[in-house]
Design a protein around this ligand. Sequence first.
Ligand code: KG4
Ligand code: ZN
Length: 343
Amino acid sequence: MLVLGIETSCDETGLALYDSGRGLLAHALHSQVAMHEAYGGVVPELASRDHIRRVVPLTESVLREARLSLGDLDGIAYTQGPGLAGALLVGASIANGLGFALGIPVLGVHHLEGHLLSPLLALPRPAFPFVALLVSGGHSQLYAVGGVGDYALLGDTQDDAAGEAFDKTAKLLGLPYPGGPALSRLAERGRRGVFALPRPMKASGDLNMSFSGLKTAVRTLVRDTPPGMQRDADIAREFEDAITDVLVAKSLAALDTAGLSRLVVAGGVGANRTLRERLTDAVAARGGEVFYPDLQFCTDNGAMIALVGALRLERGVVQDYAFGVRPRWELASLARPESHASG
Ligand code: KG4
Ligand code: ZN
């Protein structure tokens, strides 16, 4: 089954072609980061208008790359939520318009399900069940994943998400948006042991997280210490270590709670090198294994949406093209795909 995936939930337009038998055939991405940079964050109206301009040319580009045409498609998957309503509507409209015209099924996909299953795009593929650490700009969550559509929430952040903490801390250090990658680069020049930041809720005994206190502690440090490039790098080093410490501890505790040995890491913060190295070592020391998406598929992309589309559309969907978007949508509310094919 050949599926076109469309991602337009935030500030990247992602298109991809995924085939159930042959895997990922092509993908293309346009990032709006440069456009939003001047505003220090994503401007929803500008995001929607830019998605409108990009989707069709990017669709043509992935079809060309895979040497296929619209007539070869068996289905279309688009990000239905969560995300910015206007941005989501762009993908939803194009997916349904195209699907209606071609007479093929269209499926609205949960953005976080895309992130969660994105490690299945890489080899070796993790086998179910596994624990997933989902760390993106909007989420810091741990799930026990039993299969497609079987997601039990084990732990959640009580305030800021990990990516949000990276972005806000980066802003305090005067780094450009989005702050995660920039802060991580700065941390490489930082020295350990110069500053001491808290490890919020590391020993809370549950799997929940909280990162807003960390950002507040950085604000105090920035206010109370003499400014300088080396100071900022030292703060970045300690911030990255603190957040990584918490994420590693919670991930190990989640593996214990779920009685599992496989960990999957997904979402933009999963691109962080320090986090990857420390998680890999900590899980390996316990005889387990960690699976990551390719770096390019950690942040938002169309490939993960096309993948979920193929996994779910294979089971068949009832189609009426009466589409909608879900700007707020709980991942744990999803159900396993049922087979409509057998009638
Ligand atoms: O998953 P994603 O692309 O978008 C959401 O669905 O939220 O995640 C974006 C987040 C941003 O907060 C960004 O700063 C963070 O992921 N991020 C990183 C790194 N690369 C992206 N954070 C830390 N280190 C990185 N290398
Ligand atoms: Zn995302």
